[in-house]
Design a protein around this ligand. Structure first.
Ligand SMILES: *Cc1c(COP(=O)(O)O)cnc(C)c1O
Length: 528
């Protein structure tokens, strides 16, 4: 009997047909379902489909007299029995140099290895069982699965949903071979422009390069000042400084964590060229007010929309609200690739041309460089990945909204008791919920307690940018940014977070806060 904790079970044709034979509601079916609930992925090997189909045929012929089954074709029967099972691709390497007397057994072994070290192949076939690991018996399948750790984000659940489109898109690029600037790029740009409502979209190699290209497109030079928030990811100010510019920090609105428009005018000077608001955690900054100020002083507005693609502001979309906008397709962002990626957006055709030139070494025609640029193109394979993900993106945004509403309900008592502050989305906004970020006193203790309970959390961000060694400058401190850096805590947030898991996160947070309250804090103990 095998008791261990696999992450993946690959059913070979003999095991899968045993499942079909026993049907839904059987012991085997129940076991597999309970494993799937604990995030074990159950697979069948696509290379065994014809074997599975003939087994299903034979099964139905022998059961022809019994009711129920006969109404289905073997293919329908197979589809019904294996609902919830993922198809694992057969790859060229599975059969290459494979002179095993049971070539499929070796192919299954190779495919299981690809799934990782904790993958078993379940079989009812004695000769395969005799091979030992990774083959295990269908009868010996008793799995002690410890309560799993909550996932902070769950890209696996998303991948299960779009595996066919993803693999098809990636393989198409492998075959056509235009790995740089393939036709997938232009198609994706058109779709992203349409989704956001911006006139032009220019895909680039990361969110950071999107910011850099946008600043280059407006010709930021040494000594130029760009007004921005100090409470953001490092790249926002890093790109300004890389061009010799100076970030001038304006404090945040404590309710939304976004640039407080009321502080902007006082920061404008003769060297100010642009304002770069950050739409943090998925909610747009106050773009209308910011645009109005920028117009008065002839400044350019660049929205750092790395976290807010998909968000809306007064019914319009993030990335279509300013002269320029930049987003990121880093895997953990709401719309993430399987690697680095990003995009610039603009309403202005001549800025769009400049951005296209900048991302490709300033080329205007082959080997004719009329400007300095960067190697900032998005890979075609990432465009294929993003195209598959974009199809389910609206649905995922709705799911994130439901998760956020779930948290608001589950944690309302803690807010009423003054123990936490829930995120606030202004009535004219919808958030893309890149993060679900609360404020809490004793943040580090609470985070430690959550982690001990198997609940991951994160701090976005632990220090304002003016406290980063590489960016330290003599600018004034921003008290609200400093306070936010001490208090913020991001909870698990992704479209596939189910209610039971949310309840578990909420319970863990309640416990963490109760235990931190009962233990007097160090400073209180010293004073006493
Ligand atoms: C992620 C992020 C970036 C940088 O994007 P990359 O794709 O990682 O280069 C910039 N600004 C903000 C606010 C971000 O969250």
């Amino acid at each position: 009997m095998t008791t261990s904790s696999p992450n993946h079970l690959l059913l070979d044709a003999s095991a899968a047909s045993a499942l079909c034979n026993q049907g839904t509601g059987s012991e085997l079916d129940g076991l597999l379902k309970s494993l799937q609930e604990k995030d074990v992925r159950v697979w069948c090997y696509a290379g065994e489909y014809s074997d599975l189909l003939s087994r299903s045929k034979a099964l139905m012929e022998s059961a022809a007299s019994s009711e129920g089954l006969s109404a289905l074709t073997p293919r329908q029967h197979l589809g019904q029995s294996l609902a919830g099972v993922q198809w694992l691709s057969a790859l060229a390497g599975d059969l290459q140099g494979n002179d095993d007397p049971d070539p499929i057994a070796l192919a299954l072994t190779r495919a299981a290895t690809r799934l990782g070290s904790e993958a078993w192949v379940v079989t009812a076939d004695h000769s395969r069982l005799a091979r030992g690991a990774p083959f295990v018996s269908i009868h010996g399948l008793k799995i002690a699965q410890p309560d799993s750790q909550v996932a902070f984000i769950d890209l696996g659940a998303q991948q299960d949903r779009i595996r066919a489109e993803l693999e098809e898109g990636i393989h198409r690029v492998l075959h056509h071979g235009r790995y740089v600037m393939g036709e997938e790029i232009g198609r994706l740009e058109a779709q992203l422009a349409e989704t956001s409502g911006a006139a032009h979209c220019i895909c680039v190699s990361s969110g950071t390069d999107a910011l850099l290209a946008a600043l280059m497109a407006i010709d930021i030079k040494p000594g130029d000042e760009v007004i921005t928030s100090p409470f953001t990811f490092f790249a926002t100010a890093e790109t300004i400084v890389l061009l010799g510019g100076l970030p001038v920090y304006v404090d945040i609105d404590p309710e939304t964590f976004n640039l407080d428009p009321g502080g902007i005018e006082a920061a404008i000077g003769s060297r100010t060229r642009a304002i770069m608001p950050v739409s943090l955690y998925g909610q747009c900054a106050e773009m209308e007010e910011i645009n109005a100020i920028a117009r008065r002083y002839s400044l350019t507005v660049i929205e750092d929309a790395a976290q807010s693609f998909g968000a809306s502001f007064h019914g319009r979309r993030s990335c279509a609200l300013s002269d320029l906008a930049c987003t990121s397709f880093f895997p953990a962002k709401p719309l993430g690739a399987y690697g680095d990626g990003g995009a610039c957006f603009t309403q202005d055709a001549s800025l769009a041309d400049r951005l296209r030139q900048i991302r490709d070494h300033g080329q205007q025609g082959r080997y004719h460089h009329t400007a300095l640029g960067i190697n900032g193109r998005l890979d075609t394979i990432q465009a294929a990945v993003l195209t598959a993900k974009l199809k389910i993106f609206p649905d995922e945004l709705a799911a994130r909204q439901r998760v956020a509403e779930g948290y608001a309900e589950l944690l309302a008592d803690l807010q009423d008791a003054g123990r936490i502050t829930l995120p606030v989305v202004r009535p004219h906004n919808t958030s893309a919920w890149a993060q679900y970020t609360i404020r809490v006193a004793d943040r580090d203790e609470i985070q430690k307690s959550l982690s001990e309970q198997g609940v991951p959390s994160a701090v976005h961000y632990p220090a304002p940018l003016y406290d980063q060694p590489a960016l330290a400058h003599s600018g004034e401190d921003c008290p609200e940014s400093g306070r936010a850096a001490r208090e913020v805590l991001s909870l698990p947030m992704h479209p596939y977070l189910d209610e039971a898991t949310q309840v578990r996160v909420s319970q863990a947070l309640h416990d963490a806060i109760a235990s931190c309250a009962s233990a007097p804090s160090q400073s209180a103990a010293v004073e006493a």
